[in-house]
Design a protein around this ligand. Structure first.
Ligand code: IMP
Ligand code: MG
Length: 176
């Protein structure tokens, strides 16, 4: 248990385990994306640390781009997703590897899948740092998954709570 300014964080995935997993995932991506026209799309802001570690292990050609979405309360009760800034990357006829922090309810990734298909991406593959054990509202296929975690609020390694804790080198659960 680590105390950060009176907030307790229980480490659940160490820096070492994360780095080992990054190597495993990057190895698989390298094998799968030889001779492909690859666009790596980092979903801001949570995936930034994970994505920057992954791309430094890639030995295939790729273009890096970013997308930021947010959910907001729409007129109906369910949250809706929208882009936070204009997307000007040409994904038409390209293989897109979306790098995301967490596959939680699945709303974000299913929105991104539809969005990228509407931009004529050739195919869309998801790489997530963690898959949370929750009932999914929208299921998508995750090809590359770092870790399965219980339905607890996690921080660190890019993941935040109110913009805090993104810089921790490990993943932890916020205590009470
Ligand atoms: P979705 O429910 O699958 O659409 O996930 C929405 C987003 O919520 C994820 O991409 C994360 O950015 C964020 N999120 C979900 N669970 C956590 C968490 O435990 N810690 C930090 N961010 C989270
Ligand atoms: Mg996110």
């Amino acid at each position: 248990m680590i105390k950060q300014k009176d907030i307790k964080i229980k480490k659940i995935i160490s820096k070492h385990k994360i780095q080992k997993k990054v190597c495993e995932l990057a190895k698989r991506i390298n094998e799968d994306y030889q001779k492909k026209d690859l666009v790596v799309l980092s979903v801001l802001s949570g995936s930034i640390v994970f994505c920057s570690d992954i791309i430094r292990k890639l030995d295939v050609n790729f273009k890096l781009n970013f997308i930021k979405v947010s959910s907001y309360a729409g007129k109906k009760s369910a949250n809706e997703i929208r882009l936070e800034f204009p997307f000007n990357c040409d994904v038409s006829n390209k293989d897109v590897l979306v790098i995301e922090d967490i596959y939680d309810t699945g709303r974000t990734l299913s929105y991104l899948k539809k969005f990228l298909l509407s931009k004529n991406a050739k195919n869309i593959t998801f790489c997530v740092l963690v898959d949370k054990k929750v009932k999914k509202c929208n299921k998508v296929k995750i090809k590359y998954c770092g870790f399965d975690v219980n339905n607890e609020f996690i921080v660190g390694y890019g993941l935040d709570f109110n913009e805090k804790f993104r810089g921790l080198p490990y993943i932890g659960v916020l205590g009470d």
